[in-house]
Design a protein around this ligand. Structure first.
Ligand SMILES: Nc1ncnc2c1ncn2[C@@H]1O[C@H](COP(=O)(O)OP(=O)(O)OP(=O)(O)O)[C@@H](O)[C@H]1O
Length: 311
């Protein structure tokens, strides 16, 4: 069964098309990153999937249930970390989790939930009003985990967190996914998405620009990766005919090759060595998701996109 499926899902606010004919499928058990610049329609999509906002057109199903007709069945089976959430300042973290357990009518162990989100017994005893941003996020996520949801929907789970908090949140998400929970989360923190997601969707101005694995995005964009060889002497070679090589420069004893097919690497090294030159060192750098994101969403300068794609 699919975790989330949207068909032509559309939301207009007056003249603003917040989400335009979105077709998206999130599979059971996968970690799915939902990316895009501010105002591209991420929260509106999540709000339609959760039936907080009614679509102008199209439909969404969550775990096979219709988002508009069966929201109760959906909310019983999923965990949500909303973009903005309220905690009761005077209530302890422990009481918050207990409240979530009582509301859902489950008999889970509070300590187990606290441990899963890394809140110590000492912290859990303190009033939530005293919590740091990271502790607040972890507590809210803990409450979302109550009821052993099949799907977690997290709207910007790492917003406002420092790098340490971001890493912790990533580890928690990974652990929950390892338990078989599908995770759908929106984020601006691209490195986080890159490290944890099976697939990502990139939105721009309400439209879905692409859905793929990180590797798939790299291949599609063609920005690929760069390999730098330090060699014993300037080789007299050309790499033009090697499949997957998109650019190559030879500057004295440094050979720099950009490629989109990883099988090109060995062929390049073999060619240099066949020219009687020893390869002393090899370094490789993959294009980051940050670069890919730029390629997909930087429409301020369309020539930039073309240049990246064809480079
Ligand atoms: N209630 C609303 N009334 C009018 N316009 C809205 C409303 N909610 C969202 N919009 C508009 O819809 C578009 C998409 O907004 P949305 O909040 O979904 O983007 P987002 O990708 O979640 O942005 P961010 O990353 O900044 O949270 C924006 O142009 C926004 O101004």
């Amino acid at each position: 069964m699919t975790a989330i499926q949207t068909e032509s899902l559309t939301k207009r606010f007056g003249d603003v098309v917040a989400v335009s004919a979105l077709d998206l499928t999130v599979e059971e058990g996968e970690i799915f990153g939902f990316l895009g610049p501010n105002g591209c329609g991420k929260s509106t999509t999540i709000n339609m999937v959760l039936d907080y906002v009614r679509p102008t057109d199209g439909r969404a199903t969550v775990l096979g249930y219709d988002a508009q007709r069966e929201p109760k069945a959906i909310h019983e089976r999923i965990g949500i970390l909303p973009d903005a959430f309220d905690l009761y300042g005077r209530l302890s973290g422990r009481k918050h989790v207990q409240f979530a357990i009582d509301s859902k009518g489950t008999n889970e162990d509070v300590d187990d939930i606290l441990e899963r989100v890394g809140l110590s017994a000492g912290d859990a005893a303190r009033p939530a009003g005293d919590y740091s941003k990271g502790m607040r996020q972890r507590l809210a996520l803990g409450m979302a985990l109550v009821g052993d949801p099949e799907l977690l929907i997290l709207d910007e789970p790492s917003s406002g967190l420092d790098p340490h908090g971001v890493r912790e949140m990533r580890q928690i998400i990974q652990r929950e996914a390892d338990r078989g929970t599908a995770v759908f989360f929106s984020s601006h923190i691209l490195s986080q998405v890159e490290a944890v997601c099976d697939r990502v969707a990139i939105m721009d101005e309400g439209e879905l620009v692409t859905v793929d694995t990180i590797d798939g995005l790299r291949d599609a964009v063609g920005s690929g990766a760069t390999m730098e060889l330090t060699v014993s002497a300037t080789p007299s070679v050309s790499f033009d005919d090697i499949n997957g090589v998109t650019n190559a420069t030879i500057d004295g004893t440094v050979v720099t090759v950009t490629y989109t097919d990883s099988r090109a690497k060995a062929k390049v090294i073999n060619r240099v060595e066949a020219a009687g030159v020893t390869v002393a060192d090899v370094t490789m750098e993959e294009s980051s998701l940050e670069d890919l994101f730029e390629v997909y969403t930087n429409h301020a300068d369309e020539s930039h996109v073309d240049a990246e794609v064809s480079s």
